[in-house]
Write a protein that binds this ligand. Structure first.
Ligand code: SAH
Length: 209
């Protein structure tokens, strides 16, 4: 209950988002070392030097994305898979891209164990998106870019919504909601956030085979 209280106190008010987050165990997505801290509203380290985002930020981003059961969603930055699991409970289909193969593999295995049938994990460079599955109703980036990547905006359906952190890495970034209309794009700033940077290309991981 304290978990949901924290989310509410930080502005997550959408009842569907709160319900789904209450039933998605964050401890399942972190390493044994950090399981005891999974209920805290802080980012935590995961493999490959990355982080699982702060729950209240996950909630605010999910809420801003206005996901419905009809939505086909693209996520850039699978990481632990926590955000993708939350999206998958609200959407029809989720495609999620991760540049670190070990993270993509671990998340994929986790989704299988959890009986998700509507999540596809792809190990590749998310900046190019997934043209073969486009257009997407919703796109969520969980790594920060200086600007919204043009490839991704092109793969967003008219009427679609994209949520992403923008700004220089290692400084405060702005959470941006972009709505695509026939006539162009609308931008709404949602507040300050801090994310790991979006990096082009597939990562070379030492443990990779
Ligand atoms: N959504 C994640 C948060 C992960 S942090 C979760 O719920 O746990 C951001 C992730 O974006 C990192 O795992 C990082 O490796 C990944 N990333 C950064 N640049 C990327 C790119 N160009 N393509 C795909 N993934 C990328």
């Amino acid at each position: 209950m304290q978990f949901v209280y924290q989310l509410r106190a930080n502005g997550v008010t959408d009842s569907d988002v709160l319900r789904v987050m209450e039933t998605t165990r964050r401890e399942d997505f972190v390493s044994p070392t950090f399981k005891a801290r999974a209920g805290e509203d802080t980012p935590l380290p995961i493999a490959c030097g990355q982080t699982i985002s702060q729950p209240s930020i996950v909630g605010l981003m999910t809420q801003a994305l206005q996901v419905t059961k009809r939505c086909k969603v693209l996520e850039i930055g699978t990481g632990s898979g926590y955000q993708a699991a939350i999206l998958a409970k609200l959407a029809r289909r989720v495609y999620t891209i991760e540049r670190h193969k070990p993270l993509a593999r671990a998340a994929s295995r986790l989704f299988q164990d959890m009986d998700f049938t509507n999540i596809t994990v792809v190990a590749s460079d998310g900046t190019t998106g997934m043209p073969e599955q486009s257009p997407f109703d919703r796109i969520l980036m969980t790594a920060a870019a200086e600007d919204p990547p043009a490839n991704l905006l092109a793969q967003l359906r008219i009427g679609g919504i994209m949520v992403l952190p923008v700004g220089q890495s290692d400084t405060v970034q702005t959470l941006l909601k972009v709505v695509k209309h026939e006539e162009g794009l609308d931008y709404h700033a949602l507040g300050d956030v801090r994310f790991v940077p979006l990096i082009e290309g597939l990562a070379e991981d030492i443990a990779d085979t």
